[in-house]
Design a binder for this molecule. Sequence first.
Ligand SMILES: [Zn+2]
Length: 504
Amino acid sequence: MTVPRIALAAFMLESNGHAPPATRAEFEASCWLEGDALAADLARPAPRAPTALTGFIRAMDGGRPWAPVPLVAAAAGASGPIEQDVFDDLLLRIEHGLRAAMPLDGVFLSLHGAATATVEVDPDGVLLARVRAVVGPDVPVIATLDLHANVSRAMVDHADVLIAFVTNPHVDMAERGAEAAAAMRAMLGGMRPRAGFVKLPMIPPATSQNTDCGPYADAIAHGRGFLDHEVLNVSISSGFSLGDTPKNGLSVVVTTRTDAARAQAVAEEIARFIWSSRGRWVANLLPLEETVRRAKAVGEDARAPSLLFADVADNPGGGGRGNTVWILEAFHAAGVRGAVLGVFNDPELAAEAHLLGEGARFTAHFNRAETHPLSHAFTAEALVEALHGGRITGRRGIYAGREVDLGPMALLRIGGLRVAVATHRRQLCEPAMLECLGVDLGAARSLVVKSRGHFRAGFDEAFTPDRILEVDVPGLTTVVLQRVPWRQVPRPIWPLDAAMEWAP
Ligand SMILES: [Zn+2]
């Protein structure tokens, strides 16, 4: 009996067009696994490989026998554009792996969809085109995408099925992988799906894109209303505005079993619905001065409900440096008490704290080696309260059950504040990132997270939505889009050109 042989690969990077390039070392610190090493990782209880990939595999394992052919999984979260030679090398490895593995019955790719390279503006499209060129037109090529994918025509044309995450925070990654597995099984059974695609000239602020309620939730509910025996999948990708690429923008991809005209008509109808709701996709930020006032107040009143302040403009999950000190500096100057802030990406400071040891007092110099102008230096007297190696297993939200490596970490006490410092740039969206340092989140009066929104699925035990405030400070991931020095986004585009008209 022959079993279907399915090649597996992942390329997950969200590129901020204004952040320094993503290097091979950055991928390696997060996930760059090939062949046997990838197979071994996938067999671990807490793998590093992307959750959409592990979800796909688990669902395939639940069905008839199949033969996975693991090629490469490269994932770096969010950073700047991938260095072109690193991307070219990855392409070659995937291409060689595919050629060596032929004949194949299918290819599954876990993609983000908002990568850029330092030269190429659409690496996801190039990768899909290259895969298609190797396997030919008849082998199913199915990919999952992040909800923040900037979908291009090339991506749609070279894949048979694209399935984007539906939730933000992305707690459905495994489920979408399983949906891709179901589509793969259907294609192995002879289905030849069709896609409709509409790109809207719309880059809504990132903080307007939560899917629990609001305009995005309504768009998704509207889109899912079209699912039936013919419409297999509706993917509404809000896009990653700060990619600053010609393919920026919200997109709708609709996949049908056979009917191309229906797919396109449904995509256009959903696009019209979203366009008419554009005035609701707005950011609602708290000025720094008011943030300090609120933090000081809860710090001095043990009975007041604790608050979570999101430093949405310095989100490593969107390519932020994870080290701006606007809030830290202001809290310190104002004498805020009972606040926990993190995670600051400062390898030099973390290394110094490890050298000095727990209990040491020293003058902490933040950002001594950083050159980005928005990440200025900050100096304060500090006590090393706790140290940790930084390898944690996530317990909630997007990192649940996955290993994350932050490198050597330190918890510094600075006046009434406690500041978590790490060696690798990661967004604070997982309580284990603080609990490993002995932080009791229930006892903190306020928590400042460097994260745009994924923290909502990690810190929901301690902070209900009414106790979460999004702060307006400068940063590479600001949601005040009028402040971004745009270079490549197509114009006109909403909300930068607020008065524009458009129809699909
Ligand atoms: Zn995303």
